[in-house]
Design a binder for this molecule. Structure first.
Ligand SMILES: Cc1ncc(COP(=O)(O)O)c(C=O)c1O
Length: 381
């Protein structure tokens, strides 16, 4: 039986209602949203609105017009960073960022001379909020960090960072790629001003979906200009949300699937999903550590992380481990740098990377046992 353990890249399988919802839209509705007044077009509008509302419930967002749909979190982070930052601004970020955060920051550093302070994350764990607070200066205009590292699974202290940002009146941007749908997120309680998420990982929706929540008072420039369905005469993008940031035809099929996925998550309960993941993480940590010659990176306890495990086996190249797992055992995992070179520098694996195993909502302890058994066999060969 094939085993998919690459949910940090994208989740698979999806809940049954996700397939049905996307199929139903494509087959029986088909119209664009925000573009017509006939009944099918209104049905499409409603599907998009329902998805926005469900995401609002999941992230405790009252005004759901402030949730903007994008194609993925890469687009969301580009919109947040390029839409907000101005020449000479100072940004504080972490050492564990994905290139979706890191590369736009580095481009802005070159183009408009923003200043970047990188907070260290010893041994691939979380940053120290005290160190972050000390890095704040009068010119600091943004704190931009991930919620969880996609390399080590380390959870960042978002609540504490949020309180610091509020005290200093600095906006907080969170990359929730690895937590949305698997970890409770409350934007108001956590003082999150910009929440970027992707629809196809823990949110269990289709690829090509993502979004950005923009808190009241945060003014962004659009990343792209184009048709918004209404108000076509002005040559500038409308000021109101979400249209200001949603130029072009939306991915209604994907968003409909995402809506069904979020409904599924809300029915299961995100606390329950986290509890399941926590148990699985405890189990995996225990079993992986027993494999001879396995070095597991990042936090060593379930409370400090999510179920994303990076490791190396003796001195076997990570891509070889991943290849053998796939070819011989039909177990799908990822190897390499996982688009986060800074994080690999931090844990000393920038040359070859790591093997990354990421169980998902449908994974079980038996799946972990199957993986561990295969790893034992690989080591003993
Ligand atoms: C922490 C983090 N940020 C950003 C991304 C980029 O996600 P997407 O490809 O959906 O834009 C990923 C995906 O691996 C991620 O793990």
């Amino acid at each position: 039986m094939v085993l998919y353990l690459d949910n940090a890249a994208t989740s698979y399988p999806k809940p049954e209602p996700v397939y049905r919802a996307a199929d139903n839209y494509l087959r029986n509705i088909g119209a664009s949203s925000g573009r017509g007044a006939y009944r099918r077009a209104l049905d499409a509008d409603n599907l998009v609105y329902q998805a926005r509302k469900l995401l609002g419930r999941l992230f405790c967002i009252k005004d759901v017009s402030r949730i903007v749909f994008t194609l993925n979190i890469t687009e969301s982070l580009n919109l947040a960073l390029k839409g907000l930052l101005k020449e000479g601004d100072h940004v504080i970020t972490s050492q564990m960022e994905h290139n979706a955060m890191w590369r736009p920051l580095k481009i802005l550093e070159r183009k408009i001379e923003i200043r970047i302070t990188v907070i260290s994350c010893p041994e691939g764990g979380h940053l120290d909020p005290g160190e972050l607070e000390q890095a704040i200066s009068p010119g600091t205009t943004l704190v931009a960090i991930n919620h969880v590292s996609n390399v080590t699974g380390a959870l960042m202290p978002v609540e504490e960072v949020g309180k610091i940002c509020r005290r200093h009146d600095i906006p907080l941007l969170i990359d929730a790629a690895q937590t949305a749908g698997v970890y409770p997120i409350d934007v108001e309680n956590s003082n999150i001003d910009l929440l970027a998420f992707t629809g196809h990982k823990g949110l269990l929706g289709p690829t090509g979906t993502g979004g950005l929540y923009i808190a009241p008072g945060i003014m962004l420039n659009p990343l792209k200009e184009g048709g918004t369905g209404g108000e076509s005469v002005p040559e500038q993008m409308p000021l109101h949300l979400p249209e200001r940031f949603e130029a072009g035809t939306l991915n209604v099929a994907g968003i409909t699937g995402l809506g069904a996925a979020v409904e599924f998550i809300l029915e299961k309960g995100v606390e329950q999903i986290r509890a399941h993941e926590h148990r699985l993480t405890e189990f995996a940590l225990e079993r992986l550590k027993e494999v001879p010659g396995l070095t597991l990176y990042g936090p060593q306890t379930a409370g400090e992380r999510v179920a994303v495990f990076s490791f190396n086996l003796h001195d076997i190249a990570p891509e070889e481990v991943a290849y053998v797992l796939d070819e011989v055992y039909e177990i799908m995992v990822r190897s390499g740098l996982h688009c986060a070179p800074q994080a690999h520098r931090c844990i000393g694996t920038v040359e070859y990377g790591t093997v990354r195993v990421s169980p998902g909502f449908f994974s079980t302890e038996e799946d972990i046992e199957t993986l561990v058994k295969a790893l034992y066999e690989i080591v003993s060969r």
